[in-house]
Design a protein around this ligand. Structure first.
Ligand code: PMT
Length: 418
């Protein structure tokens, strides 16, 4: 249960474009994610950035010469570009220039980068970067389509914006973090392909007056980790996000919801076409019975006895469970969390009670009073509680917790599909 990038053999191909300077950051991020990165460069890439930069970042020799033999800087035998092509789990071409894309589409193998791309059987991630007119040229579009039609090829970007050539439009290389994510996805089994997964994340905010609200300590990290993991596994992801600072995912469809009632409407909409709904959001159970139209003055509150009347919010998850039970169906698969301040058997008992009353398939129970897990932490410790099972996971990163939850979800989908 570790990142798909950890120990993955990633061959990073750098072509000659101004975005080549960003490839150094990409290389660093891949290395940080645990990948074993080897770099290959075209002759023009070497004019933009030195091979030494990548050698220093990876600690591995950089392949620039089609005619180099492994004895020159490899493992002592074989032909370098074939050894590199065979060793790769994934080849990432970033930036992929118009010229190299054209050579790949034509099946040329006239330099080390093109030869590795032609010889490899590994997955490939292509991050194009070029002038907007070059990108939009029908020949480039045709060449990209030719390569993208090959099984195992992902095209990441380009993004749009102000380009180094002073034109504005599509042509910017995708951000290094997005290319890393596309690479992780390329390495992940697509067991949620063609599925729609709705994930909620973060807190809700219940207004008291125009400047105050009731809320809680949720940062949305747990929900975003689940959304990321579902995207990696090929799902279409609708992320219903409360007010939070945690970075959202460009590949997800994001719907913003502030209050519990806004979140209820957003989830109900999204759930109608969903295969799975996972509620990791910490939805406020109560709201102010009345929202003051003007800022409450300190004096007024004190004179009034300082009492805040509360009203119950809708229970979104229970509503989904009830609606599903009324149809008699088993879709969507419903997964909730239980945030408790107890551990052990009491945690499991409360989670199972929520499972039953909310009529859902799985509850991920967490003790949010733990110092090293729960709210805001990068880690979590959950018990996966089903109708008759309780599986306690150790302290894990939220990404690993998310992967474990989705493993159970895939099992539940298989059970429903028969
Ligand atoms: O966001 P982080 O900082 O990463 O922290 C993660 C987390 C601690 C918020 C997360 O792991 C978690 O426990 N989320 C659920 C919090 C919660 O609201 O628990 P609950 O036991 O109060 O609710 C049970 C379930 O019903 C939850 O799935 C909740 O989303 C849902 N619910 C609750 C109340 C309500 N009005 N409507 C709901 O749908």
């Amino acid at each position: 249960m570790t990142s798909p990038l950890s120990d993955a053999r990633v061959v990073l191909g750098v072509c000659g474009g101004i975005a080549a300077y960003k490839s150094a950051e990409l290389c660093r991020l891949l290395d940080k994610a645990g990948a074993q990165v080897s770099v290959m460069m075209t002759a023009s890439a070497c004019r933009f950035i030195a091979p030494l930069t990548f050698h220093a970042l990876t600690g591995r020799p950089v392949l620039t010469d089609l005619y180099a033999m492994a004895g020159d800087h490899g493992d002592g035998h074989g032909i370098d570009h074939i050894r590199v092509a065979d060793s790769a789990d994934v080849v990432v071409l970033a930036p992929a220039t118009a010229t190299t894309i054209a050579r790949l589409a034509a099946g040329l193998a006239d330099d080390a980068v093109a030869a590795v791309c032609l010889a490899t059987r590994a997955k490939m991630v292509l991050a194009p970067a070029m002038n907007v007119n070059m990108w939009q040229h029908p020949i480039t579009q045709r060449n990209v389509a030719t390569i993208a039609a090959r099984e195992g090829v992902t095209v990441c970007g380009p993004g749009a914006g102000f380009l180094a050539c002073r034109w504005t439009g599509p042509g910017r290389m995708a951000e290094p973090a997005d290319i890393v994510e596309a690479t992780a996805r390329a390495l992940t089994v697509q067991d949620l392909a063609n599925r729609t997964v709705v994930v909620t994340a973060g807190p809700t905010r219940e207004a008291i007056d125009p400047m105050r609200f009731l809320s809680n300590r949720s940062t949305g990290k747990m929900g975003v980790a689940i959304a990321r993991s579902a995207l990696r596994r090929g799902a279409r992801v609708i992320l219903v996000a409360g007010p939070m600072a945690t970075e959202l995912l460009p590949a997800a469809e994001v719907v913003r919801a502030h209050s519990a009632r806004e979140m209820e409407a957003a989830v109900r909409d999204a759930a109608s076409a969903a295969d799975v709904v996972i509620m990791a959001a910490a939805v406020a159970d109560f709201r102010a019975a009345e929202i003051a139209p003007q800022k409450l003055a300190k004096g007024d509150v004190i004179r009034g006895g300082a009492t805040l009347a509360l009203a119950a919010n809708p229970d979104i998850l229970a509503g989904l469970g009830k609606a599903r039970a009324e149809t008699g169906g088993r879709r969507p698969i419903l997964v909730g969390f239980a945030a408790e301040t107890v551990g052990g058997d009491a945690l499991i008992a409360r989670a199972r009670q929520k499972l039953t009353t909310k009529q859902v398939d799985l509850i991920c129970a967490n003790d949010v009073s733990a110092k090293d897990a729960g709210f805001a932490s990068e880690h979590n410790r959950v018990v996966l509680v089903g109708p008759t099972t309780a599986e306690a996971l150790p302290l894990l990163t939220k990404d690993d917790v998310a992967a474990a939850i989705l493993d159970r979800v895939v099992d539940l989908i298989s059970a429903v599909d028969g």
